[in-house]
Write a protein that binds this ligand. Sequence first.
Ligand SMILES: [Fe+2]
Ligand SMILES: [Fe+2]
Length: 399
Amino acid sequence: MTQSAALASPALGGDEQIEIAAKAGLEELTTRLAQARGVEEILRVVRGGARRLVGADGISFVLREGDKCFYADEDAIGPLWKGQRFPLERCISGWAMLHGEAVVIEDVYADDRIPHAAYRATFVQSLVMVPVHADDPVAAIGAYWARPHRPSDQSVEMLKRIANSAAVAMTNVALFSSLHAAREEAVRAKDALILAMAALADTRDNETGDHIRRTQHYVRALAEAARGHGLYQPELNAELIELLYKSAPLHDIGKVGISDAILRKPGKLDAEEFAIMRTHARLGRDAIANAERYFGGTTGFLTIAKEMAYSHHERWDGQGYPEGLAGEAIPLCGRIMAIADVYDALVSDRVYKAAIPHAEAVTVIEAERGRHFDPALVDVFLEISPIFQEINSQFGSPA
Ligand SMILES: [Fe+2]
Ligand SMILES: [Fe+2]
């Protein structure tokens, strides 16, 4: 049945038809308000639908801003007060918000609560104003008519329902944005804690804490380039690269458990000392596994951090530690970190050796293709080694 046929239907009276249409319109508006993710969107939805539903000549949406009313939006036959601010005590929306009550005014010029001067430039002769969130009003919605009359009970009721839906929507928006802010803060705090912990481990055996920052960037550059060549798909995706970048600073966290006598020894370690030094991979993995226990589960981040700490000293030819894994049995994150870690050690001064220039470091890594390092990753490294040099100079290495 078409709309005009429905209107002409003798089965339904005119009032009933209007009521059905109003109910459907209100439902639609309520649904759209429930989905709103910001105050702007709430304003847009109310502006778009309220005037027709209430049967008014104008609608305004007023936000409470401290002791001011801000006429944020409107839809009317003539200009009202959009964009203007008034003291709460000097406008009727302020009265509705301060009292938490709806106001119905048949003739604005016969009511003392109305600032008549502000109304003279407008078409308004009668109005209804309802607070949004009557318990603690954060806004008000006004409906205006160009003739003095008593607005119908249905209009008042409809406006109240719209205000209730707007109140729920505004609460949702506030909750949503505070949740979002809390989540962002938690992520930032986690990143900062990781860097602080990793820097603690790092400053014990390096002149500066920059090693972790540099390896983090090398790892990402190498992983992105490898992905660009279609290597290790689908494992090496954007999500894994982000996890590699974030967990890289923890690769040597196990060094916290190694004594200064070994970490800072200005010369080669003897066999016994080297055996102790090698335990840092296991210590690191165990520390992160402990963090998982505190956390009561695992995350992609902790899994990668743990694997990387444990496997970054494995060698492609199986001669590394702690497991002596070979080839692709070594986790990808460990194979990537191995190149980043060795490159940075080569181009940096350490207590036991002087830095070598970038070009020499590249030659050393190339010579270890298929021995220490994953050959496919070495090929990518050779292609992008200028990026490694750039990162190295950017993060203050004495290369
Ligand atoms: Fe290490
Ligand atoms: Fe390292």
